[in-house]
Write a protein that binds this ligand. Structure first.
Ligand code: ZN
Length: 509
């Protein structure tokens, strides 16, 4: 049986327009999913939309439509963006789907039946936009510490989840599993939060209707985060425990933005503990993007529209830039100049030029047909070893979700390939018919190294890799064997490659 791998993005709130932040998380998950498939894993890759809650209800009222009409409209924007961005998700869950509502209500009921959800009364400071209650000490000038908007004192009958009961168990779990919360700075943040003490959590609302009713008490709807977080299980068919739940749970990697860290590393694992289910293996919180040095905001109108970026620069340039520019986990800045610079230097010059010049040489010297390599020199061995090492390095780096480092490792081999051509000087070898065997060996090494590079790059830039591998005479989709040295067969006809990435000339710069 194949090993399994389950990766998730958060489900995105339909009261939001898709921006570069959503694209970033989803793209990172896609690269992991594609890489694991390449390595022979049976992959489940989940994304979707979070469609309940007061904000959606209010926005729908304002727009003169039902909440579901609003959700239908907005979820399509996410779906069409993922198509454009080449996202290979297995499933797309919507919290308004029956399968989800049934599963979420069932988990709520299960936790209630065993006594970890009880009815009480809640009074505290409430931030309506954030749908969060705050204690007085958490407020800053009586404003919400998350969004800085005014809060109001609110009292309501509410169901509570006994989160306090799981404080020690959660702490022990975080301490025993250093990989559970990443990066380390986030882990430390959550450790100190849990150590301060967990309060019981209000998990129902009576102030609006747009949600999943609490089983047995329809006056209440289930708190949006309890509802939303369960999507990672309901998509697998929960409450059924066999099938995909047995196959893929616990989830291997949950990718999130750092703003929703506490929900995923405190609320979610304690819900799971109460429901008697295993906890996610890894939750990784990435950083935020600023745009041209400024915080993204609708009012500044600098929200980077990913569709526009893809149309302007091409899907793979955008995929490459987002994961290469900034170490995953840190904050980054998006600028058009930086993107253009990456396209021109890394993609057009290094990657594209190497393929272009080496396939052109094979055409010129051997009529485009690959010769069998003869004796290996020290220069050849160095390129082969660097290529083989890269495969191991990238594997390790992707285990650590170090996407930028992984791309750097790949680019080191691309640079080594360009250097290899300069050092072996095929144009000089070509002048001496006695060195024809040596020339054929050089052609083989420089092209074989690129075949491995593009097989690996198929996880990051699927369209470009497919094109490049096509030029190299490889017609099958890459698999684990493609990452081994020696895949190119002598006698293969190799076409002269056109530019993979045309240079972008910036006007007025
Ligand atoms: Zn707020």
């Amino acid at each position: 049986m194949k090993p399994t791998f389950y990766v998730t993005t958060p489900i995105y709130y339909v009261n939001d327009v898709p921006h570069i932040g959503h694209a970033y998380t989803t793209l990172a998950a896609d690269v992991l999913a594609r890489y694991k498939r390449l390595k022979g894993f049976d992959v489940f890759f989940l994304t979707g939309t979070d469609e309940h809650g007061q904000k959606v209800e209010k926005a729908a009222n304002t727009a003169g439509e039902t909440p579901l009409e609003l959700a239908d409209r907005v979820m399509k924007r996410f779906q069409s963006l993922w198509e454009k961005l080449g996202i290979s998700n297995t499933d797309f869950i919507r919290t308004t789907q029956e399968r989800h509502k049934k599963g979420a209500a069932s988990m709520f009921e299960k936790v209630m039946q065993q006594g970890d959800i009880y009815l009480g009364e809640y009074e505290d400071w409430y931030c309506t936009p954030c749908e969060t209650f705050w204690t007085e000490t958490q407020l800053i000038d009586y404003k919400c510490p998350d969004c800085n908007r005014p809060t109001e004192k609110l009292k309501e009958e509410s169901y509570f989840f006994r989160m306090s009961k799981y404080q020690e168990q959660l702490l022990a779990h975080i301490e025993a599993n250093p990989d559970f919360i990443q990066p380390k700075s986030r882990r430390n943040e959550i450790l100190s939060f849990v150590k301060e003490g967990l309060r019981d959590l209000s998990v129902s609302r009576t102030t609006f209707q747009w949600g999943i009713p609490v089983p047995g008490n329809e006056k209440h709807v289930i708190y949006v985060w309890f509802d939303a977080l369960t999507n990672y299980l309901t998509a697998l068919g929960y409450p059924a425990e066999g099938g995909d739940v047995a196959k893929f749970w616990p989830v291997d990697v949950q990718l999130i933005g750092k703003d929703i860290l506490r929900f995923h590393t405190v609320y979610w694992p304690t819900f799971l503990m109460a429901a008697g289910l295993p906890i996610p293996k890894k939750v990784f919180a990435h950083g935020w993007w600023t745009v041209e040095g400024q915080k993204m905001s609708k009012s500044l109108q600098n929200v980077v529209e990913p569709n526009m970026l893809i149309e302007k620069y091409g899907v793979d340039a955008v995929r490459y830039f987002l994961l290469r520019e900034v170490p995953f986990g840190l904050d980054g800045d998006f600028s058009h100049a930086a993107l253009v610079n990456r396209i021109n230097s890394d993609l057009a010059n290094d990657l594209g030029n190497l393929l272009n010049r080496s396939t052109a040489m094979l055409g010129k010297y051997f009529g485009g047909v690959l010769e069998a390599p003869a004796e290996e020199t020290a220069l050849d061995a160095a390129l082969r070893e660097k290529t083989v090492d890269m495969v191991q390095q990238v594997n390790q780096q992707l285990e650590e979700l170090a996407f930028s480092k992984a791309l750097q490792s790949i680019w080191e081999v691309i640079s080594a390939g360009n250097k290899y051509i300069d050092e072996t000087a095929p144009w000089t070898l070509a002048k001496d018919p006695a060195l024809k065997g040596r020339l054929g060996t050089v052609m083989y090494y420089m092209l074989e190294s690129q075949r491995v590079v593009h097989s690996l790059l198929s996880a990051f830039m699927p369209k470009t890799a497919e094109k490049a591998l096509g030029y190299l005479g490889v017609t099958e989709a890459p698999d684990e064997k493609s990452l081994c040295w020696g895949g190119l067969k002598p006698g293969t006809a190799i076409a002269r490659a056109e530019a993979l990435f045309p240079r972008i000339e910036e006007k007025g710069e």
